[in-house]
Ligand binder design. Sequence first.
Ligand code: NAD
Length: 492
Amino acid sequence: MPNKIQKNKAIQEKYASFNCLHYIDGEYIASINDTTFDNINPVTKDVIGKVANGRKADVDRAIAVAKKAKNGPWKTMPLNERSKIIRKIGDLILENLEILAELESLDTGKPFSLAKSLDIPRAAYNFHFFADYMISTSQESFQQDDVALHYAVRKPVGVVGLINPWNLPLLLMTWKLAPALAAGNTVVMKPSEVTPMTATFIADLCTQAGVPKGVVNLVHGFGEAGAALSESKDVDAIAFTGETLTGTAIMQASAPSLKKLSFELGGKNPNVIFASANMEEAIETSIRSSFLNQGEVCLCGSRVYVHEAVYDEFVNGLVEKTKNLKIGDPFEEETFVGAVVSEEHYNKVLSYLEIAKEDGGTFLTGGQKNSDYDGYFINPTIITGLTKDSRCVREEIFGPVITIIPFATDEEILEQINDTSYGLAATIWTSDLRQAHTIAAKIETGIVWVNTWFLRDLRTPFGGMKSSGIGREGGAHSIDFYTELTNITIKL
Ligand code: NAD
């Protein structure tokens, strides 16, 4: 083991006995058939612990508990009281910030500093935000002349399945869990098999905060566990974040029981640098939008387009800064790029680097694994010279890899931006106000950032169009998904 990752190794030893069990009816329990699988640290390739392998029978057990609890005290509790408990979960997450950030970094390979400054505080904020938001939500009411008064009341949907990916495990799980609970639902969480630790930890925090037993349940496992949630007639809604193909499978499995579905899926997001861009800011932020979290953020701008007038200035600046990024032990303070999440994902990302070579791409940085370390480290990679038809430009790589293509006109770039089956997010850099508004309005994505990236306000709609998702989350959109409306008409 190279000395360079001593800190990660020490943290791994600290959690040597951290095994991930299911959490059902307020108890941590093993699988019915007692089988487990290994949780691998992507930095050391060591086994960190065992994870209970949830099969259909385990999922059905959790669903039965959630179903029994759905008409219990959590639903009927005064809103103010429920809100205090939701807020308390956020407080407990912050009280355990250090532990949760360590677990998240160990599980994903992401820098500890990032987990501590972004993933975990945002997870806490999801609860604080929805604790307040639910209380201030009003209901629709319509006076129909002197004929009738109509008003709509909100009710929880019932049992909600929360199926999540590995890239921002706690942040994304709580982005669903907080509004689902705030609206009075019971849940069965299914975290990614690759990153089970923080979900395991917070399940009991919910009980400690005062959530009644049976309301928050958790089952670990692979696709089979997620599929059992989708198929069940006792699950009323599924909120899913993950790959587009998995979304298709969930939709098919859910069809016979006609569930409510919310999908946040893959992306291949453009990052466009126009000639009038503030170059310093564009380069600085493009470093983050390209390589933050090893490029494993669904919102990363992996297709970079630069106007030919500023192409050399932007590309040279980006390459220089990329070369200075610190890659290595996620527990070293200066580390910006950690390990990618798993062997399978590492091989997938490296296979795209081979495709780039075959397609005649030029690597301005990176282009290979990082051989200073044994773990799944890939050097931040900037590729030029590819055409718009290369698979590296069209398909989601989800690693520290970007392609750069020059452009000349607004019409040309707009066509390239929208020439994709994805539609999650886009970033444009320009000082021309007219250009910003005109282009932004024509981009086919759920989110457009102008002169910034990853700037979120939890009240705003979040989600993708085309193959990047169905529905929106955030503020009123989340409440709409996690509640059912009954319209009541009083004849006057
Ligand atoms: P994935 O689709 O492979 O897995 C996500 C979850 O689905 C896991 O818990 C997995 O066990 C489960 N699953 C697998 N097969 C299933 C099935 N047949 N039925 C039900 N559940 C099943 O995705 P991933 O590799 O974990 O995550 C990466 C993907 O997530 C990328 O495509 C990324 O763009 C996407 N993502 C999107 C957003 C967004 O907001 N749009 C955010 C983060 C990640």
